[in-house]
Write a protein that binds this ligand. Structure first.
Ligand code: NAD
Length: 352
């Protein structure tokens, strides 16, 4: 089986590529290496003869088409996206061009490729569009998002993902492309960009800087360990029903302020001699993000019952693993934050 993974140098994509390669699959990673893409996150996968890296931009239709022609993938997992809500407030158009136009390019190129297949290869081809629960908007104190919840995106990021979901659905209904869509809750784990909530807390605590928490910290998120998202994506792409939608979550809801306190408790445990302990003293509330969704919660009954998926990582241990990883791998986050991963290191990676 040959997998084409877009966004494979990002947080979730790199975890997916590492997992597929470790399991002996052939993988083509397509990524343009934006500020969020780092080949350093692919670690051993880069050395594997079963892995090929294509530095390509999904906004460039001709290049995307060439990648399909050259590699003839069996399964596409489409993760490439602009993914940071705060950046979508500052520069919404980047989210339109990559998340919407780029996704349509991917769908269209996949359709041409799929039409050229025959027999068992054509029947087995799948395109998984990886989306987010944020397309459903915000919940009050109760309730959960199901696959039938109406879309109510509130940020430019979630609006762009919602738009791309509609195109993905339309390519299935109009052209018959075997598309599946997944909506996952917030992910956490190693190799997540330093700008996202959990790394922001860990790195600020480690360096003794104020830990910024939006508003009153009462916003609730359901956190899923990234490797559990990866196992869900593989199950959906290989066993899911074409045309189907699958919500993926861990039933691990927690407020942002509780999350910050738990991470600080891990920091106290892992670095008891730090001059910044107790780290919770560093927490500071800052002006809320505009349009900040109050609560997300996911009903993942379908993926659990139909595909036998279940998350394996509990939140407390998963947070401990994550905090420890950032403490032990400063080469990675410092390389990103301080601009140490030079472009020259990436140049040999473009093309076949
Ligand atoms: P990320 O920002 O860490 O990685 C995105 C990757 O896409 C990067 O490697 C980047 O270089 C690449 N990319 C961006 N624009 C591109 C373009 N025009 N052409 C080619 N590559 C491009 O994101 P992530 O957190 O790993 O999220 C991956 C996907 O999962 C996204 O589609 C996101 O919407 C979805 N998702 C994320 C979460 C989460 O909690 N992180 C939850 C649910 C769904």
């Amino acid at each position: 089986m040959r997998f084409l993974v877009t966004g494979g140098a990002g947080f979730i994509g790199s975890a997916l590529v590492r997992d597929l390669i470790a399991n002996g699959e052939e993988v083509v990673t397509l990524d343009s290496l934006t500020y969020a893409g780092h080949v350093e996150s692919l670690v051993d996968a880069l050395q594997s003869s079963k892995h090929c890296f294509e530095r390509a931009d999904i906004r460039d239709r001709a290049t995307v088409e060439e990648v399909f022609q050259r590699h003839q993938p069996d399964i596409v997992l489409h993760l490439a996206a602009e993914s940071h809500v705060d950046r979508s407030i500052d520069s919404p158009m980047d989210f339109v061009t990559t998340n919407v136009v780029g996704t349509v390019n991917m769908l269209d190129a996949a359709t041409h490729h799929w039409r050229g297949l025959s027999g068992a290869k054509k029947a087995a081809f799948r395109f998984l569009h990886v989306s987010t629960d944020e397309v459903y908007g915000s919940l009050g104190p109760t309730g959960v998002f199901t696959e039938d919840t109406p879309y109510q995106p509130n940020s430019p990021y979630s609006a762009s993902k919602a738009s791309s979901d509609h195109f993905a659905r339309a390519w299935n209904r109009t052209f018959g492309l075997p598309v599946l869509i997944s909506h996952c809750s917030n992910n956490y784990g190693p190799f997540q960009m330093p700008e996202k909530l959990i790394p922001v807390i860990v790195l600020a605590a480690m360096e003794g800087r104020p830990i910024p928490i939006y508003g009153t910290g009462t916003n609730v998120r359901d956190w899923l360990f990234v490797d559990d998202h990866v196992s869900a994506l593989i199950a959906i792409a290989t066993k899911g029903q074409p045309g189907g939608i699958y919500n993926v979550g861990a039933d691990q809801e927690i407020t942002n302020i509780d999350m910050a306190r738990r991470i600080c408790a891990w920091m106290d445990r892992l670095l008891p001699d730090s001059p910044h302990a107790p780290h919770a003293n560093l927490i500071e509330f800052v002006a809320d993000r505009p349009g900040h969704d109050l609560r997300y919660a996911i009903d993942s009954t379908r993926v659990r019952n139909e595909l036998g998926w279940a998350p394996r990582q509990g939140l407390e241990e998963g947070l401990g693993r994550t905090v420890r990883w950032y403490v032990e791998n400063d080469w990675w986050w410092r390389g990103i934050r301080d601009g140490g991963f030079e472009d020259s290191a990436r140049q040999g990676l473009s093309g076949g």
